[in-house]
Design a protein around this ligand. Sequence first.
Ligand SMILES: O=C(O)CCC(=O)C(=O)O
Length: 384
Amino acid sequence: MSRNNYAKPPRVKMLRIADSQMNTELVTPCRLIGVFLVSTTMVVMMSLSVYDGDQQQWKEDTTNNVNFTNKPYKFDFKAAMRMREENLEIYNRPNHKWIVERRSKLSIEEFWDIYDGKWPVIVTDIVKDWAAINWTKNYLLRKYGKQKVMYRSIQDAKQEIVSGHFSQLDKFVDTLSLSSPKQWNYMEDELFLLFNPSLKAQIGFNRFAEENFFDLFPYEIRPWEACFFWGAQHSRSLLHIDPYNWTGTSAVISGKKLWKLYPPGQDKYLHVVNNVNCGFPLECIKYNSPVDTFDFDSRTYPGFTRAQYIQTELLPGEMLIIPTGWFHQAYNEEETISISGQIMNRNNYLVILEEIIKAKNVKRRKLPQQFDTLLPPEQVPSHL
Ligand SMILES: O=C(O)CCC(=O)C(=O)O
């Protein structure tokens, strides 16, 4: 999609997360003074880009917004779902409850209107066009076998008893056949693709991630664009929400993943661990749960049985897009290679800014007073 497309408001009502409310403190540790300046500048630029736009419709939409600068932003999932329902009718789509649809030829506007920030979707016509879809074990071993990679080992199915390893890729791959439902190794390496640009170049275009406000962040604090996952059979992630509560993507190259996806508003059942930070250069709060949804003990986590979820399988060549606010856990039903990415766009950027504020990178009161008029930008400034 070209940049010009941003000038066109979507054909139907968008979820306007700026209509809700929000904010907190962004305290400024010395080492992050730059982050503070940059974040504030970014927010100002985003606001200005909205003011500068020549689309009357955006301007008309700037009424009734709550000021971002004096109270925390809270994403209104129920409003998002109401919007989804209206938009489903407009698009003449069935309102499936509790399933994840598989879609191809999905337009970006329809994605924004009925899935983004609302409901997960599997897109089937993106990953199949990537050169990465041809990655095989032999190819990766031949070219990268001697490289050091990061993986974690789980013993006795206890994700809290985890040991981290940094060893050669071929040594890690040797361990893959030893897994069992209680014991597995999982390579989750954010740097592998970064350090191997020719491999990363084989990850093709994703039209749903083209509007990417993370590009506004200085390189040093920008999240890595793609995380490489290579899991033994039975390996699984933690039940979690993604860093900064971004919209997540997971593309399966080979193997098969089973997902459990929990709509927002169920934290009371999920035993989320509090007060843990992610430790990234731009700090964020971690939202992890110790519950292993694929093997959980209802005596230890009695409330958890009340949590409602969708289960879906993800196959090679498919990409799952997980909306902001949805807890999720993936289980590799067989040895699986996948790539995770993230989206920060018009539908979730206030959620992400709020997380940046909550993690005390920036002070809320320093944000521009006109924040209450903030709407998704028509154009993202090319630099800060
Ligand atoms: O593929 C996985 O095991 C988990 C991926 C995931 O949840 C994520 O990237 O946020």
